[in-house]
Design a protein around this ligand. Structure first.
Ligand code: AHR
Length: 533
C-alpha cells in the first residue's frame, strides 16, 4: 500500500483500522478545517435531480410497464421505480428529452391511449439493425404528471424548438397551467382526467440547439429563444431555461455562451442556462465494465474537468449579466461509454455501472455543492436504463446501481448551507490512458442544516487509504455516524443476479469535541453526519 502520509501528522505513525485505538492517538494524512462561522449558499435540492427520455428502454420498461403488466405498477408506472425515487426524495424530473424533445409534439401523448398516434422517434437512427423505436405515445403528459405526483418530484418539461412552433409551446404551457374553468385547453385537460393544473414551473426552451435540437448558431438560437418566450403564458412565475453549451467538448464551448448572451443583449436573460457535461468516453476504447487502474483514473480525470467548465462559463456569463440573474442548469451529466454493455439489445445507451461511476458521482456532487451559488439545478443523464443510471430494469428485474447509493448518501446536503472546507490533501500522480496525470487526492464537500452537519468525502485512489482529522471550526459534536460505499474490486457492479454487491456499510468515525477522525478507504465514498452541539 502506498503511504500518503506526507502531510500533517497528529501522533504516532500507526495504521488506521483498529476501532479499539483511542481517537487522535493515530497519525493522520491530513487535517481538514470545516468552517461553521459563515455558511455559504444554500444547496438547492434540485442539484440532485433526474432526467428520463423516450430512448431505448428508459420510458418503456424502465418507467412505464403499462397498467395490465404483471410487473407491480401504479397506474402503469413501475412500482419499484416509484418507491426508490420517493425514498431518495427525487426533487425533479426532466422529460421528454433530450434529443427526443425537439421532435415531440405533446398533443400526440394526450387523450384515449388506444387512439394516440404512432410517431417517429429521433433515436430510431441508433437502434440495432432491424429493431424498431416507433413511439407509441402510451406514456404522455398525464402519465408523466402522475409519475411526478407519486414520486413528489417537480416536473421540468423540455419544449420542442427544433421542429415545433411558439404556438405549440404556448398551448402546452396553457394545457398544463391554465386554471380550471378558464381556457378551452384547461377544459380539455380536465376531460383527460386532470382538472387541477399541473403548475409546471420549469420549462426548457429546446435542448442542445447546437446539435440535435436544430444545429443552430448561438445567435440564431437566441433569436428563437426570444420568439418562443415573449408571449409565454404566465399563470405562475416560470423558470425558463435556455439551451447552453456542450461543456464536454474539447474547448468547453465558451463560444456558445458568448454568442447566446450577445444575442440576448437588451432582452431579459433566462432564469437558467443549460450546461451539458458528459464525461465522454465514446471516442475511446475504454470499457464500462472491464478495466484497470489507468482506465479508472482516465474517467475521473475527465470527470473533474467539470469544475473548470462551470467556472469558465460562469465567468463568461458574468460579462453580460454581472448580477448573475441567470444560473447554471446542468440538465445532463454523467459518464458515457462507447456501446458494448447494453443490458439488452435495443436498450441503447444503457451501460454497466460500476464502483468507478459511483466514485465519479461523489466527485461530481462535491463539485456541485461547492458551486451551489451558481447552479440552480442538475439532472443526471439518465435515471434508468441509460448512460449514468441509478437503476437498471428489464421486465420483472430491477436493480439499484452503485450510483443510486451515492444519491442516497448525499441526501443530507439538500437544502443545507454550503461550508468552506480547507483541503490540504495533495494531488495524486496517477496513470491514465496516455501517460500520467494529477488528480485531487481527496474530494470533499460539507453543509449544515438546522445543526445537522453533512460531510461527504471521496478517495479516488485505487491504492491507498487516507486517514483524516476533520476540525470543526466554531462548533462541537458528541457523536457522528459514518457510511462507506466501496468494494475490494474496482469493477464491482450490481446485477439482476447479484443486486447488493455494492452497497453502503456503516463506517467508524471517532469524535472528540471539535474534531472527527476517520479513515477513507481506497476507491470509496464516505458520508459523515453529526448533530452539532
Ligand atoms: O442523454 C442522451 C442524449 O445526450 C440526449 O438526448 C441529448 O440531449 C444528449 O446529447
Amino acid at each position: 500500500m502506498i503511504n500518503r502520509r506526507n502531510f500533517l501528522k497528529t501522533g504516532v505513525a500507526a495504521a488506521i483500522g483498529s476501532r479499539a485505538i483511542p481517537a487522535f492517538s493515530l497519525a493522520s494524512d491530513a487535517e481538514l478545517d470545516i468552517s461553521l462561522a459563515s455558511p455559504g449558499a444554500t444547496i438547492s435540492p434540485h442539484l440532485y435531480g433526474h432526467f428520463i427520455e423516450h430512448l431505448g428502454g428508459v420510458i418503456y420498461d424502465g418507467v412505464w410497464v403499462g397498467p395490465s403488466s404483471k410487473v407491480p405498477n401504479i397506474d402503469g408506472i413501475r412500482k419499484e421505480f416509484v418507491d426508490d425515487m420517493k425514498r431518495l426524495g427525487a426533487p425533479n424530473l426532466r422529460w421528454p428529452g433530450g434529443c427526443f424533445a425537439d421532435g415531440y409534439h405533446w398533443r400526440d401523448g394526450i387523450g384515449k391511449p388506444s387512439s394516440r398516434p404512432k410517431t417517429y422517434n429521433f433515436w430510431q437512427r441508433r437502434m440495432p439493425l432491424g429493431m424498431d423505436a416507433t413511439e407509441s405515445n402510451q406514456f404522455g403528459v398525464h402519465q408523466f404528471m402522475q409519475l411526478c405526483r407519486v414520486i413528489g418530484a417537480e416536473p421540468y418539461l423540455a419544449a420542442n424548438v427544433g421542429s415545433g412552433t411558439p404556438a405549440e409551446f404556448h398551448d402546452w404551457v396553457s394545457y398544463c397551467n391554465a386554471p380550471p374553468g378558464t381556457l378551452s385547453l384547461a377544459e380539455e385537460r380536465a376531460a383527460n382526467g386532470d382538472s387541477k393544473p399541473f403548475n409546471v414551473r420549469y420549462w426548457g426552451v429546446g435542448n442542445e440547439s447546437w446539435g440535435c435540437g436544430g444545429t443552430m448558431r448561438p445567435q440564431e438560437y437566441a433569436a428563437l429563444y426570444r420568439q418562443f418566450t415573449t408571449q409565454f403564458p404566465n399563470y405562475q412565475e416560470p423558470f425558463l431555461v435556455a439551451t447552453g453549451p456542450r461543456g464536454h467538448s474539447a474547448d468547453g464551448d465558451i463560444g456558445w455562451t458568448t454568442g447566446f448572451f450577445e444575442g440576448m443583449r437588451g432582452y431579459t436573460p433566462p432564469d437558467g442556462f443549460s450546461l451539458h457535461f458528459y464525461t465522454d468516453l465514446r471516442p475511446t476504447t475504454l470499457k464500462a465494465g472491464d478495466f484497470k487502474a489507468p482506465e479508472w483514473y482516465e474517467v475521473l480525470k475527465r470527470g473533474v474537468r467539470l469544475n473548470q467548465v462551470i467556472e469558465d462559463h460562469w465567468r463568461e456569463m458574468g460579462k453580460f449579466d454581472p448580477s448573475h440573474r441567470t444560473k447554471l442548469v446542468i440538465d445532463e451529466w454523467g459518464v458515457w461509454y462507447a456501446p458494448g454493455s447494453e443490458i439488452v439489445a435495443g436498450y441503447i445507451l444503457s451501460e454497466t455501472i460500476t464502483l468507478r461511476d459511483a466514485v465519479h458521482t461523489g466527485m461530481a456532487f462535491d463539485i456541485f455543492n461547492r458551486h451551489a451559488d451558481k447552479i440552480a439545478m442538475a439532472n443526471v443523464a439518465q435515471t434508468v436504463n441509460c448512460i449514468h443510471s441509478l437503476f437498471l430494469a428489464k421486465g420483472a428485474d430491477f436493480v439499484r446501481t452503485p450510483v443510486y447509493h451515492v444519491f442516497d448518501m448525499y441526501r443530507g446536503h439538500k437544502g443545507g448551507r454550503q461550508l468552506q472546507v480547507s483541503n490540504p490533501v495533495a494531488e495524486i500522480d496517477v496513470p491514465v490512458l496516455e501517460g500520467r496525470t494529477k488528480l485531487p487526492g481527496l474530494s470533499v464537500s460539507a453543509s449544515v442544516r438546522d445543526r445537522q452537519l453533512t460531510i461527504t468525502l471521496t478517495n479516488p485512489s485505487v491504492e491507498a487509504e487516507l486517514s483524516l482529522r476533520l476540525r470543526l471550526a466554531g462548533a462541537r459534536a458528541t457523536e457522528a455516524q459514518g457510511r462507506v460505499l466501496t468494494h475490494a474490486d474496482m469493477r464491482a457492479t450490481n446485477t439482476f443476479q447479484d443486486p447488493e454487491k455494492v452497497k453502503p456499510a456503516p463506517h467508524p468515525v471517532n469524535v472528540s469535541g471539535d474534531a472527527l477522525q476517520l479513515s477513507i478507504p481506497k476507491q470509496a465514498v464516505v458520508l459523515v453526519e453529526c448533530v452539532l452541539t
